[in-house]
Design a protein around this ligand. Structure first.
Ligand SMILES: [Zn+2]
Length: 283
């Protein structure tokens, strides 16, 4: 029996489990101005296991920009994989600086954007990210605590940000990072995307220096992990930290993939509606 099938059965029996064990500690997600992190993650179901088929590479030109579709290997061909993710953009400064570093080291990341930050100036930044092979996820429209929202508010927020993302890059997001990693059963029921948390280094806090960001990120890294960083405007310390984190992880043999590719690499089907907030994709 595969580990994932075992996990699935375990989840059915227990009704609840966490997929966050990797390194030490879990993430908290907040902005520099809102330092209260809250975690109400509930995990009630589990992912099934299926093997996705690899996709072919293709040049796609939209009316606004050109990108290359992902060339994914078969899941068994991947080694150690990790997904760098960035919250609280897009903006024209720090997001571009992060993209510069990703390009310099030829790696991909996933940007969880806030709808209120999407505008005529930042749409080209999102398109640039996609052109570099990066993925765009949703980090809500308003970055409010959605676990205290009504059904109508959750639905309106989600529809609004997803439409803005679709207008910008041509496709709706597949993954959702709840603001402050605060979730509820109502959110799981109404938000038809897979929920993502990750391992953070408190890089939303300007008092956490570059050295600490690098050390904490590296100590939490493991195969299948999702790393949670922030590209909020002015967060230059994370740009500097990335310049150390990426080459070190490359030296350790990690391959940097988007969140979509991370699930594909681990042979896990995309399952919107599954009641798990993933920090790590199971082996
Ligand atoms: Zn955030």
């Amino acid at each position: 029996m595969s580990k994932i099938k075992k996990l699935f059965i375990l989840a059915l029996v227990s009704g609840m489990f966490s997929l966050t064990a990797c390194g030490t500690g879990d993430s908290s997600d907040s902005t520099p101005t809102e330092s209260t992190a809250e975690s109400t993650t509930s995990t009630e179901s589990a992912a099934e296991t299926t093997t996705s088929t690899a996709t072919e590479t293709q040049e796609v030109t939209t009316t606004q920009f050109t990108y290359t579709t992902q060339e994914w290997k078969e899941p068994e061909e991947y080694g150690k994989v990790i997904a760098l993710t960035f919250d609280d953009g897009p903006n024209t400064t720090t997001t571009n600086e992060v993209l510069d570093v990703l390009k310099e080291f030829d790696v991909k990341g996933t940007f969880f954007v806030i709808g209120n930050n999407i505008n005529a100036d930042t749409v080209p930044v999102m398109q640039r990210a996609v052109s570099q092979g990066c993925e765009i996820g949703s980090h809500s429209m308003t970055h409010d605590y959605m676990n205290s929202m009504t059904e109508e508010e959750i639905t309106a927020d989600t529809e609004q940000v997803n439409q803005l993302i679709k207008d910008a890059i041509g496709t709706e997001p597949k993954f959702f990072r709840p603001p402050y990693i605060a979730t509820s059963g109502r959110m799981y029921r109404l938000i038809n995307m897979m929920f993502i948390a990750g391992f953070g280094c408190d890089d939303w806090d300007p008092n956490v220096d570059v050295e600490t960001r690098v050390a904490k990120t590296l100590e939490q890294c493991c195969d299948g992990a999702i790393i949670l960083l922030h590209d909020a405007q002015g967060n230059s310390q994370t740009v500097e930290a990335l310049r150390q984190i990426i080459p070190e992880l490359q030296k350790q043999g990690y391959e940097f993939v988007t969140v979509s590719e991370l699930f594909h690499a681990k042979g896990i089907q995309y399952l919107p509606g599954v009641k798990i907030t993933f920090s790590k994709v199971p082996q």
